[in-house]
Design a binder for this molecule. Structure first.
Ligand SMILES: Nc1ncnc2c1ncn2[C@@H]1O[C@H](COP(=O)(O)OP(=O)(O)O)[C@@H](O)[C@H]1O
Ligand SMILES: O=C(O)C1=C[C@@H](OP(=O)(O)O)[C@@H](O)[C@H](O)C1
Ligand SMILES: [Mg+2]
Length: 174
C-alpha cells in the first residue's frame, strides 16, 4: 500500500506521537499539518490565531493538508481538520483515514500534563477537562464519518501502532 495515511482525532489522542512511530514501523515519510504550516509561516498556532483568528488558521490548514499529501506518507493532522467538509472529502478520497479514539479522561490527563499552549490555544475559554468534553461532543460524529478505521488510542504508543498496522493489513487485503 502506498496511499497516504491520515491520522485524525481530538487534541491529545496522539496523532503527532503515533504518526512518528508509525512511519518507522511501515517505512513511510512523516508530515504533520501543524508543524508544516508553522514552519512555512514562521508563526506558532497561537501567533496565527492571534493575528488572523481561527478562520485564518483553518484556511492555512486546508492549504497545508493538500500540499503535504503524497504517497508513502503518514499525515498527522490537527484536531480540527475535520471541521471543513472539503478536508473530510479530500482525506477520504486520497488515502486511508484512521480515527485515534480516546475517552475524555485520557485526553484531558495528557493535555493537563503537557498543555503546549503555543500549539493549542484555547478553543472555548474553558478549563482543559471541560473544553475536551465539549469539543469531543461536537466533533466525534465528524471523526467517525470521515474515518475508514477507528482505533483505540488509549493504550501505549507501541500498542496503538500495532492496532493501526492490523487495520492497514486489512486495507491491503481488500
Ligand atoms: N499512546 C499514548 N500513551 C501515552 N501518552 C501519549 C500517547 N500518545 C500521545 N501521548 C502524549 O500525549 C501528549 C499529546 O500527544 P500528541 O501526539 O501531541 O497528540 P495530538 O497530536 O493528537 O494532539 C504528548 O505529551 C504525548 O507524549
Ligand atoms: O483541535 C483543534 O482545533 C486544534 C488542534 C491542534 O492540533 P493537535 O490536535 O495536534 O493538538 C492544532 O491544530 C490547533 O491548536 C487546533
Ligand atoms: Mg498534533
Amino acid at each position: 500500500m502506498t496511499q497516504p495515511i491520515f491520522l485524525i482525532g481530538a487534541r491529545g489522542c496522539g496523532k503527532t506521537t503515533i504518526g512518528q512511530a508509525l512511519t518507522h514501523a511501515c517505512d513511510f515519510h512523516f508530515v504533520d499539518t501543524d508543524l508544516a504550516l508553522q514552519q512555512r509561516s514562521g508563526m506558532t498556532v497561537a501567533d496565527i490565531v492571534a493575528a488572523e483568528g481561527w478562520a485564518g488558521f483553518r484556511a492555512r490548514e486546508t492549504q497545508t493538508l493538500i500540499s503535504v499529501t503524497q504517497p508513502n506518507t503518514v499525515v498527522a493532522t490537527g484536531g480540527g481538520i475535520i471541521l471543513a467538509a472539503e478536508n473530510r472529502e479530500f482525506m477520504r478520497q486520497h488515502g486511508v483515514v484512521i480515527y485515534l479514539n480516546a475517552p475524555v479522561s485520557v485526553l484531558a490527563s495528557r493535555l493537563e500534563a503537557f498543555p503546549e499552549a503555543e500549539q493549542r490555544p484555547t478553543l472555548t475559554g474553558k478549563p482543559i477537562s471541560e473544553e475536551v468534553a465539549d469539543v469531543l461532543a461536537q466533533r466525534d460524529a465528524l471523526y467517525r464519518e470521515t474515518a475508514h478505521y477507528i482505533v483505540d488510542a488509549s493504550s501505549t504508543p507501541d500498542q496503538v501502532v500495532a492496532l493501526i498496522q492490523n487495520a492497514l493489513h486489512l486495507a491491503t487485503a481488500i
